[in-house]
Write a protein that binds this ligand. Structure first.
Ligand SMILES: [Fe+2]
Length: 477
């Protein structure tokens, strides 16, 4: 990754946050009725709660990468078959206060931090962000907002106010946790991967009970250079980490003012190491395959002694640079990584394309297929067309390789969240909830699609602009 030169600041016209889908309608909290068109399924009760990068500059600070935008929590609340309310609130993080008031600004993903030489000497590892703009997940009785950090925030589901930092009562130390923990439905456990940065650098797979906050190490993979790990796969017996060749020597983080990802380098000739951790014994095995880059694992399952890992894969890590401020000001890139099945077994790794239609933000019928074979994956393709994205919601049947798609001209949608019908008898029986923003009408909406046919059930529309974000959850009411 190249370090942006702070003296080479883009002109004001390069403010990508001035246009949808990055633009925020208002920084003020909102709690307003949405206009409902169509019919909601009678069984759908609860709230779609999401987080997104929303504030991309303040008077004293500017995000140099989309991922560094200050977070906003928002919810579409289904209150009966004919009523949806929209609620939003800027994330009340310590980092947000620091960015507004200065002068000390903790480290971001790819935004250099402002820190004096003296402070660097006495605090070699900078304070790590609590800007939880990547995901929101219920963990037991807590609704937890998270980013790739040592810090996670507990959120009041009714008000979207931050209640405090999640307190882990263990001695794992300072570990950077992924924002894609798995919920092991069968065992009632949270399983996640963390990076331990320091002289004994390692990727750790840890777990804890849904209502516990004491982490137990399941397995540990030590390496002098650690890959950037955004998500991972969990089967019934194994955890699978994608060791793609975007790697860091963790010692380079010491005394540095650069953004987190700016310490990582793409080393294609290293190839990719798929790291399989046995959840029972903690035994770790590495399997080599060619270089690829993965933000999102779609699913994993055991097939006899083999492990199957479905991912959406880019050829390389250039997508990280394509989402920096100067690049986004010029054009938006394709977010269309290809769905790929990796089969890991005694004979090595085989690769099998799962179709020709690339998409991001893969989701599955999680509660039903957790740890088991699956058939369906949904996601959203974002194709760059100059300054605009064209979005397509995709349903992929991995058995037939057939895709079904939905798009609506002028609308840019993000991740489709799958919500199963409570009485579902088959995989995929339920709806998709996708939030989108219109290119030029200052409108946003939660779209409700039938998850099997992608037919429209309903639109819940509000007259504001919700910035495109990453992930969220449906919290049943
Ligand atoms: Fe993600």
């Amino acid at each position: 990754m190249l370090l942006p030169d702070p003296t080479d600041a883009p002109p004001a016209s390069a403010s990508f946050e001035r246009r949808p889908p990055f633009r925020l309608g208002t920084e003020e909290p909102l709690d307003v009725p949405a206009m409902l068109e169509g019919a909601l399924p009678g069984w759908l009760e609860g709230a779609l709660v999401r987080t997104c990068p929303a504030v991309l500059h303040t008077d004293t600070w500017r995000a140099e990468h989309w991922f560094d935008g200050l977070g906003m929590l928002y919810a579409f609340r289904v209150a009966g078959p004919e009523a949806v309310r929209y609620q939003q609130r800027l994330l009340e993080s310590k980092v947000a206060a620091s960015y507004r008031e200065g002068p000390y600004k903790p480290a971001g993903f790819a935004t250099p931090l402002a820190r004096s030489l003296l402070r660097r000497v006495f605090e070699p590892i900078p304070e790590i962000t609590d800007n939880a703009n990547v995901n929101v997940i219920p963990m037991g009785d807590e609704l937890v907002a998270m980013t790739e950090s040592t810090r996670q925030l507990a959120v009041d589901p009714a008000t979207l106010r931050v209640k405090g930092e999640v307190a882990y009562g263990d001695d794992l130390g300072a570990v950077v946790m992924s924002a894609h923990p798995h919920l092991d439905v069968a065992r009632g456990a949270v399983v996640n991967v963390a990076s331990r940065l320091g002289s004994k650098s390692a990727l750790l797979v840890y777990e804890h009970g849904l209502r516990e906050r004491s982490r137990r190490i399941v397995g540990e993979w030590r390496s002098p250079r650690l890959p950037y790990v955004h998500s991972f796969g969990l089967s019934a017996r194994r955890a699978v980490l994608v060791g793609h060749p975007l790697t860091v020597n963790p010692l380079s983080l010491l005394w540095s003012n650069r953004g987190f990802i700016d310490h990582f380098r793409w080393r294609a000739s290293d190839g990719t190491r798929l790291v399989v951790v046995d959840r029972g014994s903690g035994a770790v095995r590495e399997h080599a395959t060619d270089a690829l880059f993965v933000f999102h694992v779609a699913h994993a399952y055991d097939d006899g002694d083999d492990t199957v890992l479905d991912v959406v894969a880019y050829d390389d890590a250039s997508i990280v640079d394509a989402l920096r401020r100067p690049a986004l000001a010029a054009r938006v890139p394709d977010l269309t990584p290809r769905p790929l099945r990796l089969r890991i077994g005694a004979h090595g790794v085989t690769r099998e394309p799962l179709g020709d239609v690339g998409f991001e933000f893969p989701v599955v019928h999680y509660k039903r297929v957790s740890g088991k074979p699956h058939r369906l994956i949904w996601g959203t393709a974002l194709e760059g067309a100059g300054e605009l994205w064209r979005s397509t919601i995709v349903r992929l049947d991995t058995a037939t390789r057939r895709t079904t798609t939905f798009s609506e001209p002028g609308w840019v949608f993000g991740e489709p969240v799958f919500v199963a019908e409570p009485s579902a008898e088959r995989e995929g029986q339920g709806v998709l909830l996708a939030v989108g923003t219109h290119h030029d009408q200052k409108r946003s909406a939660m779209l409700v699609l039938d998850a099997e046919s992608l037919a429209v059930h309903a639109w819940a529309t509000v007259h504001t602009e919700i910035p495109l974000g990453f992930h969220g959850s449906f919290v049943r009411g």
